[in-house]
Design a protein around this ligand. Structure first.
Ligand code: BMA
Length: 339
């Protein structure tokens, strides 16, 4: 098997546990999962499907907080070790470009990505139907919303962490206004974070049963010397409802609508109590990773059963070897994605 390297910053304080000796899977769970328990704030019943990044000497994150009226909003959290989190009690106050309060009616499944010197948060919200909202911040004090990038209906938007060929690039998943029973991952480009176009199909649901209903982008793609490493979610419909697992693929570095490798097997599926039991059972929903380029360590942050946040570990070499061993990339994946 060939070697693979993360292209990125070193993060010596990445949360980490070594692979257990008896572990036969490419990804292993943090032994203290879930890292965020129920009722983390007076008005928030559950935190899940959330995203984190290194910030200063520690870490910062945007968290899906399910309030006691059942409506999700985004809460800011800070941590010294990326495991123990403190949350601001008020949800993030978004403004328009003039500094006037401009809150979405609801906001869920946030992703947090730094491109150059700016942090971008993107989430699912109402825009006359479910679609993507996006805001930028440089200081995590003011959060200015940008134009909504896509028409309804759309979910699971996640930005690449750098421009490609001079443009910002975002993955998203066109959908319907309900519990969408279909869905492929697409990619769009923008020169300015306002006008989005050059839409391309990246990858579709597959014949592998765990992802044969729909798929959606998860964590921000990780740059490696072999391509972009993407963790995404795949869904199967069962007689007891949808089951969400985590998959992995490698996208071409300069033309990321081309999938180079795609793992036939899921890399993590619900099996622990906090993944199988909760507000919505059987959900593992990745939204972020932390990476350390020096060691190749990766910590995956994922929502568990729409109730908790879990962390799982792998290394870029472990996951690469597993993807290549079970590579099932097909012709529609390797196409440029335009018809
Ligand atoms: C999806 C999203 C996620 C959620 C999942 C399972 O449609 O709404 O936020 O985790 O369903 O309920």
């Amino acid at each position: 098997m060939s070697n693979i390297k993360i292209i990125g910053d070193s993060l010596p304080n990445i949360p980490w546990q070594d692979k257990p000796e008896n572990c036969c899977t490419p990804v292993w769970r943090y032994s203290e999962n879930p890292i965020i328990d129920r009722n983390p704030l007076p008005n928030v019943a559950r935190i899940f499907n959330s995203a984190v990044l290194p910030y200063g000497d520690g870490f910062i994150g945007v968290f899906r907080g399910e309030q006691r009226d059942g409506i999700p909003h985004i809460y800011l959290g800070r941590s010294n070790d990326a495991v123990h989190w403190e949350f601001e009690s008020e949800r993030i106050q978004f403004t328009d470009k003039n500094g006037e309060l401009f809150m979405p009616k609801y906001a869920y499944d946030p992703r947090l990505i730094k491109v150059e010197d700016t942090y971008y948060i993107m989430w699912c919200q109402d825009g006359y139907g479910a679609t993507i909202g996006i805001a930028q911040t440089k200081d995590f004090k003011t959060f200015v919303r940008l134009e909504n990038p896509f028409l309804p209906y759309n979910r699971n938007a996640v930005l690449f962490p750098r421009k490609i060929n001079g443009n910002y690039v975002m993955l998203s998943r066109p959908c319907d206004n309900g519990h969408t029973a279909f869905g492929d991952i697409f990619l769009s480009e923008s020169p300015d974070m306002e006008f989005w176009g050059r839409h391309r199909h990246v990858m579709g649901r597959s014949e592998n049963w765990w992802e044969n209903l729909k798929i959606g982008g998860g964590a921000a793609p990780i740059e490696t010397d072999k391509g972009w490493l993407l963790f995404y979610h795949g869904v199967v419909n069962t007689c007891n409802g949808y089951v969400y697992s985590i998959g992995a693929a490698i996208l071409d570095i300069n033309e990321p609508s081309r999938v180079l490798h795609r793992c036939k097997n899921y890399i993590l599926a619900p099996e622990e109590w906090y993944e199988e039991r909760g507000f919505v059972p059987n959900v593992c929903f990745p939204c972020a990773t932390l990476t350390d380029a020096d060691t190749g360590r990766i910590a995956i942050y994922y929502g568990c059963a729409d109730s908790y946040v879990g962390v799982a570990f792998t290394t870029v070499q472990d996951i690469w070897d597993y993807i290549i061993k079970f590579d099932s990339v097909n012709e529609s994946d390797t196409e440029i994605g335009i018809r």
